[in-house]
Structure formats: structure tokens, C-alpha cells
Design a protein around this ligand. Structure first.
Ligand code: ADP
Length: 172
């Protein structure tokens, strides 16, 4: 699987599936979540409400992922996942890695060939950027999906993109 680091807005990505850094309510929030619902329109939220009323009455657990269609976005699907809130006292990195692994698995089950990820947990949830990139790339580099041949990590600003590029060089 090819892994790209790009600077940009996740909602503008022309890929089969984009990943949403959602919260467990699935009913919208700030950051990536807010941008996806604003630009994707009400169809996504309607599907999220239906998921809450059926499979996820208590919310989507941290580390898990679930797909909806993508409304007005260029992508075909949105894969919603709930990152862990950063904790200095507890190692929640396995949950963050689960987000990438489960989102990729769902995209693969949908038959997607390209997937774009935001830097999950690195915004409102406070995860240090360098480690967030490290966790993302660790999972993506080890993954052997069946249909997904391209994974894109989308960094919102130039500084985060530069940091991500450095982290990738150190990992190689
Ligand atoms: P979380 O609640 O999981 O921390 P956020 O959405 O607050 O998620 O932030 C995750 C990362 O996504 C942060 O690095 C943030 O700067 C970035 N981000 C925010 N909006 C967008 C967007 N529209 N496209 C891509 N990345 C974004």
C-alpha cells in the first residue's frame, strides 16, 4: 500500500473513503468532524443518527470505526472513528492504533482503493503531533489490505505537514 503525506483539508480529498475523527456520540463536533458534516450536508448526520438508534445506542466505542455514505463530499464513504483523548498518565496508544487499523479494515471491506485519514486525536483530543504521526504511520506501514492500494495522511497546516515528513524520515 502506498502511503502519502499531504497538506490539505480532509473534506476536499478525491479518494474513495475519508476517515472522520468523530466523537462517540456520532452526532457531530468540532475540528474534522464539524468540517465533514458542514461540507457533506445532512445525509451523513441522518445516517449517524440511525446508527445511534440501532447498533450504537451507547455511542461508538473509542478505537472502533463505522461507515456511512459521504453526502455532498467528493468521497463515496466516510469512515467514522473515535480517537482516544490524550493522557499523560495512561498509555492509550493501542486505542489510537486501533482507529487506523479498524478504519482501514472497514474501507477495505467496502472495496475502497484509496483512503484519506486526518491526524486522529491530534486536535481537540490533545495528542502530541509527533507521536500521533508515529502511531498512524506504524499501523499504515504494516497493513496489507486487499483492495486499498493508497492511504493518504492529510495534515491540515504546513507546520504539521513538515513535522509529519520528519517523523516519516526518522521511521524509515
Ligand atoms: P480530535 O478530536 O480527534 O483531536 P480534531 O478534528 O480536533 O480531532 O483534530 C484532528 C487533526 O485534524 C488536528 O491535527 C487538526 O488540526 C486537523 N484538522 C482540523 N480540521 C481539519 C480538516 N478540515 N482537514 C484536515 N485536518 C483537519
Amino acid at each position: 500500500m502506498e502511503i502519502e503525506l499531504v497538506q490539505g483539508d480532509i473534506t476536499a480529498q478525491r479518494v474513495d473513503a475519508i476517515v472522520n475523527a468523530a466523537n462517540s456520540s456520532l452526532l457531530g463536533g468540532g475540528g474534522v468532524d464539524g468540517a465533514i458534516h458542514r461540507r457533506g450536508g445532512p445525509a451523513i448526520l441522518a445516517e449517524c443518527r440511525a446508527l445511534r438508534a440501532s447498533r450504537y445506542g451507547r455511542g461508538l466505542p473509542t478505537g472502533q470505526a463505522v461507515a456511512t455514505t459521504a453526502g455532498n463530499l467528493p468521497a463515496s464513504w466516510v469512515v467514522h472513528t473515535v480517537g482516544p483523548v490524550w493522557s499523560a498518565s495512561e498509555d492509550r496508544a493501542p486505542l489510537l492504533r486501533d482507529c487506523y487499523a479498524n478504519s482501514l479494515r472497514i474501507a477495505d471491506e467496502l472495496g475502497a482503493s484509496s483512503v484519506a485519514f486526518p491526524l486522529i486525536s491530534a486536535g481537540i483530543y490533545g495528542w502530541p503531533v509527533e507521536d500521533a504521526v508515529r502511531q498512524a504511520l506504524t499501523v499504515l506501514a504494516a497493513a496489507r489490505p486487499a483492495t486499498v492500494s493508497s492511504a493518504r495522511l492529510v495534515l491540515f497546516d504546513a507546520v504539521t505537514h513538515a513535522t509529519a515528513t520528519q517523523v516519516r524520515q526518522r521511521l524509515l
